[in-house]
Structures are given as C-alpha cells and as structure tokens.
Design a protein around this ligand. Structure first.
Ligand code: GDP
Ligand code: IMO
Ligand code: MG
Length: 454
C-alpha cells in the first residue's frame, strides 16, 4: 500500500479531516481511499446522497454517495454521523450494490440514531422548488431532497430522525401528520394536486429501516469510545467549501457545513478533534449546478478541460462547468477551514495547454479585490484577474515522484502554494490509486507564510 510519508504529521491527536476547497468533486473520495490504510474509522459528518465520491481500484470504479469511502477497506469501521441527512431507501440500495461487488458492510457500518431522515417527500419538494423557480433562480440541486430535509430539521416541526424509526406505530402517525402539512404546502405553493400516500411512504421507509436496523446506533458514543481507545479517525467531508451554507456562494450552495468546522457538530466529537486538515483542490476549477463562477471558461479551452478531465457529475451525470484555478477562492477556503496542506488533483488533465491560467484577484465594479464578495450579484459581475504560466506537453500520468513532473508543472504547483499559503503534499496525476505523488515539490519551503496575491 502506498505510504503517506511525504505528508505532514497527522497532528497532535492522530485524526485527519479531508475536505473539498471548491464547489465539490475535487477528488475527496480518491484521497480518503488512499489514506484509509493509516486510519481505523472513517466518518461522514455532513451532506447526504448529494455527494458522489469516486474511487478507482484495480480497474474497478466505485461511486459512493452516502457510504463513507472507508467501506471499501474491510479493516475500517465507517460512521454516518448525526450531521448527515440519511435517505434510508437510497442507503439500502447503495449497501446492496456494494454487497453485490463482494463488500458487505455488516458489522463495520454505524449509522447515527440522531441523523435526520431524507423522506420521499423531500425529493419531491426539491424537484417542485427547482421547477417552480424561474430558470435564472434555480439552484441546480442534485434533487436528492437535501435542502428540504435540512430545512425541516432546522424548522423543528417536521423533522424525522433515525431514532424515530424505532417506534413504528408512532413513526406512521408522524408521517401522516407531516404528509398532511406537506400536501397543503405543495398545493398552495406549487399547485401540486397529486395525492401523497402517507401509509405507503411510511411503509417504504420502515421496510428500508428494517434492513438497516443492525447498523443504527448511538454513533456519537461509538466515536467517543473509539477516540478514548486511541483509534485514529478520518473525517470525510462531502461537497466543498464554496458550497458551504454559511461561507459559500449563497444561495447557490448546499445546506450543510462543508468545511472542517462541521466535523465537531456533524460527527459529535470535541471541537479541534481534527487539527490536521487536508484540503483537496483540482489544478483547475469546476462547478455543477448554477451560481457565480468567476474563472469559468465558456470557450474551447473550458470544453477541452471538460473533455480531458471527463468532467461529468458522479451523482447526476451533468456536465461540469470548467475554469482556471481560483487562488482567491482557494485561499479563502484554506483560511476558513484551518487547512494545513493541499492535495492538488488532475494535474494530468492540464497537459497540452500552451499556457495555464491562475486567478489571483477579482475585478468588481472597477476595483480589484483578493477576497470573496458576499453578494452573489457582485460575484456574478466579477472578472477574474488571470496570470498565465507555461504549460507542459508531456503527460505526468506515469510519474512516480514529484521530481519526475515536467518543470513547468512543478513551477505551477509552487505558484499555487505561494498564492494559497499552505504546502502541496499530494499531487494526483490520474484517477487510479497508484497515480498519486506524495511529498513536496521542493520548490517552496514547507509552511511558508505567504502574503495575499497582489
Ligand atoms: P469527490 O466528490 O470530491 O470525491 O470527486 P468526484 O469523484 O465526484 O470527482 C472526481 C473525479 O476525478 C472522479 O471521476 C475521479 O476518478 C477523477 N480523478 C480524481 N483524481 C484524478 C486525477 O488526478 N486525474 C484524473 N484524470 N482524474 C482524477
Ligand atoms: P461531492 O461530495 C458537486 C451542488 C449541486 C448544487 C448545489 C446544491 O461529490 O463533492 P444540493 O443537492 O446539495 O441541494 O445542491 O450544490 N452540490 C455538489 N456539487 N459535488 C457535490 O458533492 C455536491 N453536492 C452538492 O450541484 O449546485
Ligand atoms: Mg463528487
């Protein structure tokens, strides 16, 4: 198995958090999978089945949605924490698909009894909300019911949690009450007149819950016991920092805390449990769904990146929007999430471009800024300030060390480090496990503190 000697230490307590620094799909699944041999427990703490984490192993491809990536490793205990929103029907389907490929999660998956349930009417609500909005106001969600479920959780009147499944009779009653309320809302807000069958909804969810029964437990207690026993935890972030509910490009975001700040509340562990935070970024930027994207390339160059990087959504199959690396957004995400080192993915995808752009600032209403305006309209008007670096022609996909990378690629990584302010310790040059280079590029000093780009 690959070693991770090139990385900084796991931090004082041995736990690590892996988070995306962009708009999702940075390659978190690949990185979590690579780190698994060094950890005992992998924990999802946010989001739900909107995530699509791809792992390529020995010619096999796995797309994980609700299951933590740790489930691909039989020595690992996997946890779906209280901050995740769980669709029991989707989860059973995913567990069965995994079992059909020889990977049973029995005895090594732990689902929090405090997690909220994504119900079938949440997906309907997601779809109705999206289709009722004018085209330019749609969020472009994954339609997995994530927003409506988190909204019900926060509103506190219509939320259902895993622990509510334990009393089936009471569960059926609650579903009937909630469905009455939802039906009235859907009719008034969307003129939706189809009848929602509360009995059938409750029955479908309870049938799935029956299958999950042996896996449902107090995951908070489980994690605290694991920590007390000296086990090493790997927290697997879903989505990306720029989709964070508080700090992302609101309202074009998801509905959970996607940065390392979400670990404590979403997993149920003490704040600061993961002081080693590995931020995952692509060597360029992508975004699925709507919302401002300052470095987007609506051009042949953008199309070429999409083609070379096979940039189509893991969960929805949608083409991803592509653009140059955004150092402004990445530095913001690094500072926000206490990121200590970077994994830069898809370096191979940039092969063959004569020059490669890096965004060092935004021009907004005649001013150049190096921070993110909070207002989406301002962000939508922003023009990227791009500096160009030399490209490279020889594909680094076969490189085995960072020293084998083409010189312009090493210089490019060094510039990324300099602009973002934390060291690059992992470079990915292809989707496969072995296409990963650990260790510094030896161009910058580790941990060098760098001023904001001019
Ligand atoms: P995640 O949601 O952050 O786990 O990322 P996704 O799995 O949605 O998207 C990343 C995609 O890029 C997947 O198809 C990976 O197999 C692929 N991938 C990851 N790293 C690399 C890389 O370095 N080069 C190339 N060409 N593909 C990669
Ligand atoms: P992973 O974990 C990419 C995006 C959606 C949409 C917005 C809101 O694979 O990186 P939601 O369904 O969450 O209400 O959608 O957020 N989005 C993602 N984009 N990767 C993801 O997850 C995403 N999860 C949500 O496309 O723009
Ligand atoms: Mg993804």
């Amino acid at each position: 198995m690959l070693g991770v000697e090139g990385m900084a230490s796991r931090g004082p307590n041995g736990h690590t958090c892996v988070v995306g620094l962009g708009w999702g799909d940075e390659g978190k699944g690949k990185i979590v999978d690579l780190l698994c041999p060094d950890y005992d427990v992998v924990v999802r703490f946010n989001g739900g089945a909107n995530a699509g984490h791809t792992v390529c192993v020995d010619g096999e491809k796995y797309a994980l949605h609700l299951l933590p990536t740790g489930t691909l490793h039989t020595h690992i205990q996997s946890v779906i924490g209280p901050g995740v929103v769980v669709d029991p029907i989707a989860l059973v389907t995913e567990i069965d698909a995994m079992a059909a490929r020889g990977l049973s999660v029995e005895g090594r998956l732990h689902i929090s009894d405090r997690a909220h349930l994504v119900m079938p009417y949440h997906q309907l609500e997601d779809r109705l909300g999206e289709s009722a909005a004018p085209a330019d106001e749609q969020i472009g969600t994954t339609v997995r019911g994530i927003g409506p479920c988190y909204a019900d959780k926060m509103r506190r009147t219509a939320g259902l949690r895993v622990c509510d499944l334990f009393d089936a009779a009471r569960f059926r009653e609650r579903v009937a009450e909630i469905v009455r309320y939802k039906s009235a809302v859907f009719k008034a807000a969307y003129d939706y007149r189809d009848e929602l069958d509360a009995g059938a909804i409750a029955a479908d969810v309870l049938a799935a819950a029956d299958r999950l029964q042996p896996l449902l437990r107090d995951a908070t207690q489980f994690l605290q016991d694991q920590m007390a026993d000296g086990r090493r935890l790997l927290f697997e972030g879903a989505n990306g920092a720029m989709l964070d509910i508080d700090h992302g490009t609101y309202p074009y975001v998801t509905s959970s805390t996607t940065t390392a700040a979400g670990v404590a509340s979403g997993a149920g562990v003490p704040p600061g449990s993961a002081r080693h935070v590995l931020g995952v970024v692509k060597a360029y930027s992508t975004r699925v769904g709507r919302g401002p994207f300052v470095t987007e390339l609506n051009s042949e160059t953008g199309d070429a990146i999409r083609k070379a990087g096979n940039e189509y959504g893991t969960t929805t199959g949608r083409p991803r929007r592509c653009g140059w690396f955004d150092a402004v957004a990445t530095r913001y995400a690094v500072r926000l999430g206490g990121v200590t080192e970077l994994a830069v993915m898809h370096l191979d995808t940039l092969t063959g471009f004569r020059t490669i752009g890096v965004c060092t600032g935004y021009r907004v209403d005649g001013r150049t800024v190096t921070t993110i305006p909070p207002d989406c309209d301002a962000l939508a008007r922003a023009e990227p300030v791009i500096e160009f670096a030399d490209g490279w022609d020889s594909n680094p996909a076969g490189a085995t060390t960072v020293d084998e990378l083409p010189d312009p690629a090493r210089r490019y990584l060094a510039r990324v480090e300099e602009l973002v302010g934390v060291p690059v310790t992992i470079v990915s040059v292809g989707p496969q496990r072995h296409q990963t280079l650990f260790g510094r590029t030896q161009v910058c000093d580790r941990g060098r503190s760098v001023a904001a780009p001019a």
